[in-house]
Design a protein around this ligand. Structure first.
Ligand code: SAM
Length: 238
C-alpha cells in the first residue's frame, strides 16, 4: 500500500530524482513521509519502481530508485469520446474513464455541447490522479477537443464506433458489443441535450457505427459513460 506517484523522468536502476513542489508537499506534509520511507513511481514507460526518500523537504523531496516492482503494461486500445460536461461532471467522467481502462480520452464538440473551451492541463491532471489511484501503469492520452464532424472525417474505419443512443432499437447492448469481439472499438457518448437529429442520422448511417441502448431510461451523460464502458469491458475488455 505504498503511495503511487506519476513522474516524467526516465526510471532506471540506480537513478535518483527530485520531486516538484506539489508532489513534495503531498509526500512530506500531507502523508508525513520522511527519509527512508518508500513510495512507488511510474512514468507510463518504465513500469513501476519502489523508491526510497533521500530527503524530505516540503519543497523538494529527493528519491532513489530501489527496484522495479512491475513491468510496463501496454496502453489500452479502448477509445472513449464524450461531449464535454461542466466542471465536476467533467472531472468525474475523466476519472471514471481512467478507472474503466480506456487508453484514449477524446472530448468531442457536438451541436448541443454546452462547454466548448476545456482546460486541457486540468483534464490531464485528473487522468494522472486517477491513474495513480487505480494503479494502472500508463496514463490514458487526453486529446484536445475536436468537432464531431472532424472526428468522423478522420475516423479510422477499421475501428468500430459504439454510439450510446437512447433511441437504439436493440433490447440489450450485450449482443451488439459481443459482435465486435476482437476488433478495435471506441465508445461515443452524446451531450447533455443529446445528439441533434442530423448528427444522429449521420452517425447511424456510418458502416463502422454500432448503436447501443443502455436501457429504457434516459441516463445522465456521465452515468451513460460508466455504464457503456462497463458493458464493453465486461464483454471484450481486459
Ligand atoms: N440531460 C441528461 C444529462 O444532463 O446528462 C441526459 C443526457 S443524455 C441525452 C446524454 C447521452 O447519454 C446521450 O446522448 C447518449 O449518448 C447517452 N445515453 C443516455 N441514456 C441512454 C440510454 N438509455 N441508452 C443509450 N445511451 C444513453
Amino acid at each position: 500500500n505504498l503511495p503511487r506517484l506519476y513522474v516524467e523522468p526516465d526510471l532506471t536502476a540506480g537513478g535518483q530524482l527530485t520531486l516538484g513542489k506539489e508532489q513534495s508537499m503531498y509526500l512530506a506534509a500531507v502523508l508525513r513521509k520522511s527519509v527512508g520511507d518508500e513510495v512507488v513511481l511510474f512514468n507510463g514507460r518504465d513500469g513501476a519502481w519502489r523508491c526510497a526518500l533521500t530527503s524530505d523537504s516540503k519543497k523538494s523531496v529527493g528519491l532513489e530508485l530501489v527496484e522495479q516492482i512491475a513491468e510496463q503494461t501496454p496502453v489500452s486500445d479502448l477509445w472513449y469520446g464524450f461531449a464535454p460536461l461542466k466542471s465536476e461532471r467533467l472531472d468525474y467522467v475523466i476519472q471514471k474513464a481512467v478507472e474503466m481502462g480506456v487508453g484514449t480520452i477524446q472530448p468531442v464538440l457536438t451541436r448541443r455541447t454546452q462547454v466548448s473551451r476545456l482546460k486541457h492541463e486540468r483534464l490531464v491532471a485528473n487522468a494522472i490522479e486517477a491513474a495513480e489511484q487505480c494503479e494502472v501503469l500508463s496514463v490514458p492520452r487526453v486529446e484536445p477537443e475536436i468537432t464531431l464532424e472532424r472526428l468522423l472525417d478522420g475516423w479510422p474505419v477499421e475501428r468500430q464506433l459504439i454510439v450510446a443512443d437512447e433511441g437504439a432499437a436493440s433490447a440489450s447492448p450485450v449482443e451488439a458489443v459481443s459482435a465486435l469481439r476482437g476488433k478495435p472499438v471506441g465508445l461515443l457518448i452524446g451531450p447533455e441535450g443529446g445528439f441533434s437529429e442530423e448528427e444522429r442520422a449521420k452517425l447511424l448511417g456510418l458502416p463502422y457505427v454500432a448503436p447501443i441502448s443502455l436501457g429504457p431510461r434516459i441516463l445522465r451523460a456521465d452515468t451513460a459513460a460508466v455504464a457503456g464502458l462497463a458493458v464493453i469491458q465486461a464483454i471484450i475488455g481486459d
